[in-house]
Design a protein around this ligand. Structure first.
Ligand SMILES: Cc1ncc(COP(=O)(O)O)c(CNNC(=O)CNC(=O)c2ccccc2[N+](=O)[O-])c1O
Length: 387
């Protein structure tokens, strides 16, 4: 079955939908049983998509979890109220006091805050590593190294990691690998085929695709699924049936939306790259992007998120650039149908283990489904305001 057919079929078996096309929204805390035998059966199979209690999920959740597993290739999928909760839930499911965690230096900033402000005081030591380290990560692995966290490409600076090389080293040392796979969504790369143990998605982004739901997923291979499922349950993570239904709904158009995002973005990114004010463009599909060779090997396409660095300019110039745009709104997210812009004046302060070779401000764009010519016209005016 080809990718776009899978997106239409995944999680829509008659078992979940009955005679309807879509799975229902089943809202529940309490699940009731008529006999002790029924209760015993549900209790025995409570982690296997069998109704037991609201926090374990209902047909709405089970259908979506099945879909994500089919698309990403995991053995099981746990659900969380947002992507950041999926990151914390996955890490807390495996880390304990005294562990050493290797964390990629280009990681999404709130994940860094989790490591520094929560895991650190709990006795987990985080060591940040250069996103381009590859198999060289072996030199950083210690006897108490429990996990390696990857985010590829980095959602702000776009370095693409050599995921298979890192996973190979980790596997040989018995170290768990967790990948924040949000940029790829479940369809632009196959994390488990790259050797990853745990794949995390901020479903908030492309899966939902309409900037109106917060939701996270973490999927695991057979080896780590039981622990991820049970520890995430014990930690109390769950998601509303309404939000999960919206994510199921988003899956059906994910393929066509991503194709259009990719088309629009490449047109805009190549236009940006030829501007004299621009130092460099960070887009995984560009040969100049760090790790482009891994993107070409491991990914089947790109999406709407990329960044560029301006040669110069401080807060005032950046404000002139980003303020007054007709289509690009400033906002903290991405993956919806609309275009967004996020400025970062000092990337280096976000990095502690690898150099950032530029001094100018970074602008991250999310290219939506608007006509790219309109977006380019909007950016042309922005460059004319930026002096
Ligand atoms: C890779 C990745 N992984 C997890 C999450 C969290 O998902 P959630 O929002 O559902 O909790 C996210 C959410 N992403 N959100 C953003 O990128 C929001 N933008 C920013 O944080 C931000 C803030 C100031 C300046 C620049 C940025 N920026 O990322 O461009 C993610 O990108």
């Amino acid at each position: 079955m080809k990718q776009n057919t899978k997106l239409i079929q995944a999680g829509r078996g008659k078992k979940w939908t009955g005679q309807a096309v879509n799975p229902p929204v089943v809202r529940a805390s309490t699940i009731t049983f008529d006999t002790m035998a029924e209760l015993a059966h549900a209790s025995q199979h409570k982690g296997e998509r069998v109704p037991y209690y609201g926090r374990r999920g209902t047909a709405t959740h089970f259908a979506f979890q099945e879909a994500i597993c089919e698309l990403e290739g995991g053995a099981g999928c746990a659900l969380y109220p947002c992507g950041a909760a999926a990151v914390s839930g996955a890490l807390l499911s495996f880390l304990q006091q005294g562990d050493h965690l290797l964390m990629v230096d280009s990681v999404y900033e709130p994940t860094r805050a989790l490591c520094d402000k929560v895991l650190g005081p709990m006795g987990v030591e985080t060591e940040y590593y250069d996103p381009m380290i590859g198999a060289g990560i072996e030199t950083l692995i210690r006897p108490n190294t429990k996990a390696i966290f990857l985010e590829s490409p980095g959602s702000l600076t776009m370095e693409v990691q050599d995921v298979p090389a890192i996973c190979k080293v980790a596997g040989e040392k018995g170290v768990i690998t967790l990948l924040d796979n949000t940029w790829a969504s479940p369809i632009l790369c196959r994390p488990f085929e790259l050797g990853v143990d745990i794949s995390i998605q901020a479903a908030t982004k492309y899966i939902v695709g309409h900037s109106d739901v917060m939701l996270g997923t973490a999927s695991a291979n057979e080896k780590y699924w039981p622990q991820l499922r049970e520890h995430s349950y014990i930690l109390g993570y769950c998601a509303s049936a309404d939000d999960v239904y919206q994510a199921s709904r988003g899956l059906r158009t994910l393929g066509v939306r991503l194709a259009q995002h990719q088309h629009n973005t490449l047109k805009v990114a190549h236009w940006v790259a030829q501007r004299a004010e621009v130092e460099t463009v960070r887009h995984p599909a560009f040969a100049s992007n760090p790790g482009h060779q891994y993107f070409a090997r491991d990914f089947s396409g790109s999406n709407g998120l990329f960044s560029f660095v301006l040669k110069q300019g401080g807060a005032k110039a950046v404000a002139a650039f980003v303020e007054g745009m007709q289509y690009f709104k400033m906002g903290f997210s991405w993956g919806g149908y609309e275009s967004l812009i996020s400025p970062t004046l000092n990337v280096q302060k976000l990095r502690t283990a690898s150099p950032w070779p530029y001094s100018g401000p970074l602008i991250r764009l999310h290219i939506g489904l608007e006509d790219p010519d309109d977006l380019i016209a909007d950016l042309e005016l922005a460059f004319s305001r930026y002096q």
